[in-house]
Design a protein around this ligand. Structure first.
Ligand code: NAD
Ligand code: SER
Length: 318
């Protein structure tokens, strides 16, 4: 496999918040014919992108293997998962999808030797980590989602060390994007607030004003993903999940930043059950290791992220 050539890519959970943007980036870089997108949901949205789509439940290992064989896959971006808020509603299903799905991918990689991207999350940390989480901060999550992400990181390290599986992962911060709505996470407020602001609606934020979480604009996350997947294997000292440098702001600071561009925008704060998950996560993450190992640098700050979100959503509603 060259830097950009020779790739045969399968994406699971491709219709989600990250998947739809990753598909566009992968298609631009490697060509749409090198990609097969899959998800448990049906869609016709990919027809205009010219990307092949196959309905697939990642728990169906036989169908997964058939696709991997038929398409001669050499890279899998494994995005199918339940996120934090959806996971808390159904812990058993969260464990099943997040863990059994990952084991299926890792086991098939042992046989078919494809490279895997399996994302982790800031949800690996628990309330014993205050402020900035470093790469080696303790991992004592309070949510079932976080527990699956810590277990997923351990599985990745195990399959790499014991079975030579080339698996790579990032601890994504909360991702802020405008193309696809997020799918049941705690950081969703940081996306919903923009949609309300641009539509001229008042927003009721489900975490309190002082809530501070690690966040990132989607373009930085997609670039991190592709850079990590293209990095030489021998440079990587972490397989489960690299911390990334990120944005860190309170919900109130986000509101103020949006108000700079949309002065009439109103937001109030009524915390619900998701406050507890947010409170268990750190304010920020330190991405020094990702910088040293494969040179990752974040580009968007709060101001430029707000500016591109508002501009893009305004164009989108026209
Ligand atoms: P999402 O909820 O938007 O998308 C997940 C997709 O998986 C959905 O399209 C869903 O239909 C699909 N799916 C669910 N169960 C499936 C199954 N059994 N088989 C196949 N597909 C199934 O999630 P996302 O935000 O795109 O997240 C992708 C990955 O990134 C997840 O592992 C998530 O934990 C991780 N992550 C996301 C964020 C974020 O802020 N978006 C932050 C940290 C980590
Ligand atoms: N954005 C994700 C969530 O809130 C974090 O992994 O669940």
């Amino acid at each position: 496999m060259g830097q950009t050539g020779g790739r045969r890519i399968l994406v699971t959970g491709a219709l989600g918040q990250i998947g739809m943007e990753l598909l566009e980036a992968l298609s631009a870089r490697y060509g749409r014919d090198s990609i097969i997108a899959t998800d448990i949901r049906e869609t016709d949205k990919l027809e205009n992108l010219g990307i092949k789509f196959h309905k697939l439940d990642v728990l169906d290992k036989v169908e997964l293997e058939n696709l991997i064989k038929d398409f001669e896959v050499n890279e899998v971006y494994h995005l199918a998962a339940l996120l934090s808020a959806s996971g808390e509603k159904n812990p058993e299903l969260c464990w099943k999808i997040n863990m059994d799905g990952l084991v299926n991918i890792c086991e098939l990689s042992r046989e078919y030797k494809f490279r895997i991207f399996a994302p982790s999350s800031i949800a690996v940390f628990g309330s014993d980590v205050r402020g900035v989480a470093s790469q080696n901060s303790p991992l004592n999550p309070a949510t079932i989602y976080g527990i699956t992400k810590v277990s997923g990181e351990l599985l990745a390290e195990y399959y790499h060390a014991t079975h030579d599986v080339d698996i790579r992962g990032l601890r994504y911060p909360g991702l802020i994007s405008w193309k696809v709505m997020p799918g049941g996470g705690t950081t969703d407020y940081a996306v919903e607030i923009f949609h309300a602001a641009v539509s001229g609606e008042k927003y009721t934020c489900f975490v309190n004003e002082k809530t501070t979480l690690p966040m990132m604009y989607m373009d930085d996350a997609i670039r991190a993903t592709i850079e990590l997947m293209e990095a030489p294997s021998e440079k990587l000292t972490v397989r489960g999940g690299y911390n990334l440098d990120c944005l860190s702001f309170t919900a109130e600071e986000l509101y103020s930043a949006i108000k700079q561009s949309i002065p009439t925008f109103e937001c109030d704060f009524k915390p619900d059950h998701r406050q507890e998950y947010a409170d268990s996560w750190p304010d920020s993450t330190d991405g020094t290791k990702a910088k040293i190992d494969w040179g990752y640098r974040i580009k968007y700050d709060l101001k430029s992220m707000c500016s591109v979100m508002i501009k893009s959503l305004r164009q989108d509603v026209q």
